[in-house]
Design a protein around this ligand. Sequence first.
Ligand code: GDP
Length: 452
Amino acid sequence: MSTVCAVSTPQGAGGISVIRISGGDAIAVAERIFKPFGNKQVSEMAGHTCVYGKVVSDGETIDDALLTVFRAPKSYTGEDTAEISCHGGIYVTKAVLRACLKNGAQPALAGEFTKRAFLNGKLSLTQAESVIETINAGGRQSLKSANLTREGRLFRQIKSVSDELVTLLSQLAAWNDYPDEDIPAVEQSALENTLDKAVSTLKDIITNYDRGRIFRNGIDTAIVGKPNVGKSTLMNMLLGYERSIVTDIAGTTRDIVEESAVVGGVTLRQSDTAGIHETGDTVESIGVGKAREKLSQADLTLAVFDSSQALTQEDKELLDLLPREKTVIILNKTDLSPALKECDFSGFSYVVSISAKNDEGLPEIENALSEIFRLGSFDDGGVIFANERQKLCADNSLSYLSEARQALAFGETLDAVTIMIDKGTDYLLELSGEKVTEAVVDKVFESFCVGK
Ligand code: GDP
């Protein structure tokens, strides 16, 4: 494979930039442009060592830098790798990259380092995908989920299912191909057990996927309530700093609140519920049906009430619109004398008293979120898919395996059942990356950035 190079740190000026070179000639390329200040030559460096020196191209010094050398197979890609950490200026970084290109390295494609790691067996396909998850993680939970996948938990779980199916398939094939030999028939009950186990494991993982989506993409959140109850102040509290203009003249709050806030490790994204969180009038103008539909599309509704004021007709209409199982009633302004109590909202499971202005009540909101989205049980180790590709493979596999199980129950021939098990298994092998086409692999790595 050719030797490739790319800038692995983000574009733009910063403290340091890292230029990574990987491939059979990586050390030779580095030696041509990197002159250590000590006596040791680059080619003499052991793996996992680092040296201080200067980057030189066409006899001109570009920068002082550090060079780290990794020797195959003990590197990220599994190949010889050299990483130059230079000053993080845009020009100087490009100059170092150009020097690498001039001295024998090719430009790396998007995700090429991680792709090589996969091709060299350093990572499974699902682990490689978790690398993107880690880079894109927007909160504690999504990072945790990415780390679980990178540890290989999803891979192991899928593999344990596919291993059993492969064993089963080989028994079925042997029995089918050599009818004259004395090969014991596969017991119907063993067949049923293996299929049942596979189906139930897949179902569990697929059910978890929605939870995973919440960790990765955040919770689509509608903040509703009539004017002046403290919605913007609440959003500011969630954000942790002043972001919107908060006024005490009813109806004058302008909607320039930040789009997302991280609460209890998950990201709350402001939902497109324009109209509903303005005034009751607008609920009327867009229609109750439409308002209800919009609220039902959100993953979560925070319905804010001013606890110092009795419920108005407008509040009651809003209450009727709220999807109960995913609404948190927020009684704001508890610092004032109360006119509303939590027990006034008996139909709702999550009622929280806060004073947004005094920054009180955040832990209670976090607790409610944790219960609604079962955030706490995440630690119990449910594995989740990192992306739609994995989910689709699992869906397809599940549908073939369920079909096989049904066919078995209806007394279909073993031949027909075997074909379905075969297809179901193939999808699992595609999920784990053990049996994927080049096109699938290319597609996976296309979504990476250059330098990763
Ligand atoms: P919105 O129209 O629902 O977005 O309400 P705002 O966030 O603009 O708040 C309206 C007014 O209520 C402002 O004067 C806030 O300072 C005030 N307010 C918000 N939260 C509290 C609170 O917890 N206690 C008190 N006393 N006032 C609050």
